[in-house]
Design a protein around this ligand. Structure first.
Ligand code: HEC
Length: 145
């Protein structure tokens, strides 16, 4: 069997496999954003469970987030769009959630063991839901670069 035929067979097999897995009811897009209303709601649960202790239950972070502590670490910044979070692409945000800040000399713990990449997307949708349209547009220009 040549490579092309194999590829076609494989693609067909994957497509029919996918057809067996129900996607669930259609989700409701949030106007002008990449995520859905359902993702925001799903993301709020792990956010409140794992992130709110440091970043605040409305993503407000630490008031003095620009000032390092005695160990040279920055306190948890706001994730609500008033700090730097919009400077990071989705990929970087997912990596931050999975690996934390320790590998980069920071203090944030890693969450890869309890939040997978899909759940991280929901968490990102949740805190981006706290951003103004202006901040979101600035993030989008970084994301689509
Ligand atoms: C123990 C406190 C703590 C917890 C819990 C925590 N973080 Fe953090 N986070 C930090 C600190 C401190 C920083 C600043 C960078 C560093 O020191 O690692 C940070 C940085 C970040 C950044 C980068 C922000 C920016 O503006 O550059 C993101 C995104 C983030 N955290 C998301 C999360 C999410 C999502 C969760 C929950 C899954 C979470 N954090 C849980 C302490 C925490």
């Amino acid at each position: 069997m040549n490579y092309f035929v194999r590829l076609v067979l494989l693609t067909t097999a994957v497509a029919s496999l996918n057809a067996c897995v129900p996607d669930g009811p259609p989700e409701t897009p949030v106007a002008g954003r990449w995520y859905t209303v359902e993702q925001v709601a799903r993301g709020e649960v792990p956010f409140q469970q794992y992130c709110a202790t440091c970043h605040g239950n409305a993503g407000q972070g630490t008031a003095d987030w620009r000032k390092t502590d005695a160990n040279g670490h920055y306190p948890p910044p706001p994730l609500n769009g008033t700090a730097h979070t919009w400077h990071h692409s989705t990929e970087v945000l997912q990596r931050t959630i999975a690996n934390g800040g320790v590998p980069l000399g920071g203090a944030m713990p890693a969450f890869g063991a309890v939040i997978d990449d899909d759940e991280a997307l929901d968490v990102i949708a949740y805190f981006q839901g706290l951003w103004t349209d202006d901040i979101y547009a600035r993030w989008l220009s970084i994301e689509s670069r």
